[in-house]
Design a protein around this ligand. Structure first.
Ligand code: BGC
Length: 285
């Protein structure tokens, strides 16, 4: 890699609150929305005109901060604590959303975590915890959303589809990841879950897709970008030679949720600076 060239690259500057409110009148729920990618998505949807439920499990204060940011742009928002791996809590969250916002148009299944360990040392608790949140949590929320979308149908005044589900997967739905077997298995599961739901609900005009982020600058992977040495190593895996920012994912989510993407269904949209392009082959093979 030519580091001299990389160092000259400009900082990425994202536009603030967009003027075009492409999601005006729509109601969104973003899980795990008080930090990282979920926070970026919740703010992007709110700034694009959607009312947003900010789900969190730990960190009420940070969730309230996201709510305030969304409200500043003129959208409605409230925070709701629920563990997405618990059926009763997910059910209660959807009931409150229906009470306060009337319905749901957009579900972003974002809540996810890592519990890394060498495979032979991985405990059943670590396995179950990651699968419980990353895969079962997405199933439980998607099921509630589909029930409401089917009951209600299309609201022509806000969208030509009856509802949108965006699953936040990962490049690791296709890239195997040593030391992270539970996480990679959960994301591989998200891929087939998303595509199977998409096939089943398409006739109801419900759109289901995934976003697969690469390395995005968030607390989950701090060790990979915090020191200059770690960052240089990380860039070896990214042909585009910069880490992703949460806004990169937020803007992809706004597009996928909008009618601009109305014919986009059942896809895994990789937003990864080319991480899935086998960068090891740049100068080999
Ligand atoms: C993981 C990050 C990792 C990235 C690329 C994501 O799904 O959560 O920790 O940096 O994939 O490997």
């Amino acid at each position: 890699m030519n580091t001299a060239v990389v160092e000259q690259l400009p900082e990425v500057v994202m536009p603030a609150c967009p003027i075009l409110k492409v999601l005006k009148g729509q109601r969104a729920l973003v899980t795990g929305a008080n930090s990282g990618i979920g926070k970026g998505i919740a703010i992007a949807l709110g700034h694009a005109g959607a009312d947003v439920v900010v789900n969190y499990v730990n960190g009420e204060e940070t969730a309230e901060g996201v709510v305030e940011d969304i409200q500043r742009c003129g959208s409605r928002s409230f925070a709701h604590r629920a563990d997405v791996s618990k059926e009763a809590e997910v059910h209660a969250m959807f009931e409150r959303m229906k009470e306060e916002f009337g319905t749901i148009d957009i579900l972003v299944n974002n809540a996810g975590l890592q519990k890394d360990a060498p495979f032979d040392q991985m405990t059943l608790d670590q396995w179950n915890f990651v699968l419980g949140v990353n895969l079962t949590g997405q199933f439980l929320c998607a099921r509630e959303a589909v029930r409401e979308f089917k009951r209600r149908g299309v609201r022509r005044e806000v969208s030509c589809s009856a509802g949108k589900i965006i699953c936040i997967s990962s490049v690791h739905e296709v890239i195997p990841w040593a030391g992270h077997v539970n996480y990679a298995a959960s994301k591989g599961g998200v891929m087939m879950m998303m595509k199977s739901i998409a096939q089943e609900v398409a006739p109801y005009r419900i759109r289901v897709n995934s976003i697969c982020p690469g390395a995005i600058r968030t607390p989950i992977n701090r060790a990979a970008w915090e020191s200059p040495e770690a960052y240089a190593d990380l860039l070896k895996l990214i042909p585009y030679k910069r880490i992703g920012e949460v806004d990169d994912i937020g803007r992809a989510a706004v597009w996928l949720a909008s009618d601009d993407a109305d014919y986009v269904h059942g896809i895994s949209l990789f937003v990864d600076g080319g991480m899935t392009l086998y960068p090891g082959f740049e100068a080999g093979g």
